[in-house]
Design a protein. Sequence first.
Length: 333
Amino acid sequence: MTRTVLTDMLKHELVTPQTQQEILKCYDIITKQNYFVHNKDTVIQYDSLKMGAPSSGLIAEIFLQHIEHIHLAHLTHKHRIINYCRNVDNILLIFDYNHTSIQMILDDFNAMQPKLQFTAEAERDHTLNYLDISINRTPTNVKTAIYRKPTFMDTLISYTSNYPTHHKYAAVRFLFNGLDSYNPQQQEYQQELNIIHNILHNTFPIKPYKPPTHNPVRPTSPRTTKKKWTSFTYAGKKTSYITNLFRWTELNIAFCTTSTIGNLLSHRNPTPDKFSLLGVYKPTCPNCNKTYIGQTGRHFAMRYKEHETSFKTVATHPLSQNTSMKKLTLSSP
């Protein structure tokens, strides 16, 4: 169904036939490679999309907007929905309880498409949590506060870790931006500020927080040339000093680190050769099968060469007493 919706949308937007074919071909390739491995079995999904794939969100959004275009106007009028707000797969509805109920709305939403199933969460004690906002309805107005799920992890990149400084402070800016974006009441504001300080006190130096001043946006002249990007492996402050030299050039800098998931999960060192190890070893005579057992703190190959030298220089060496062991073979330790 989504392919049909995509085809109609491309035609409506007067996209050239060649571009339409290229987009639809990409769509077919993406949906046909929709499989994963579970318990050593390859499973193909026909009615769902890959979890985490960059294309899944775009395809799902096309389908959802099509469903909304067909049904939303009718449902809004039927249930007298005052406000409909959707963020990805989270929907916030404001409606009149005197005219309809949440169960009636839920039944109609689930009847829109059999493969779409919605669940509902009604307000409790005049409070409803939506995304990272807690909305509280009072007799005179609406108050907002910052909401965190019970599974929230207050773990940030350590301030002493070997990461670019602006990467570490990105999460800090996100926490403080919530104070300015959601405009909580004074009590909720101070409570959230204390939570942020508790999150940061173990890793980041705390400074008195000052609300930012919002300067008017000034129009910028369009750039005549496109900036190029390059990446540097971050190795400490010296990397920042070097990259600062490019600040006023037409070159954008992106930082990367070596502690990626791929590097952490990959086996860097192959299985070592047994002769490069150390410990207990046992050379064996190829003629009489006599053996000699020794122990070394050096590599077995190096110790074997030392035995070869001893054949010629030390007559009392245990291996020299058996002339045939000059052609000894070294067995696995």
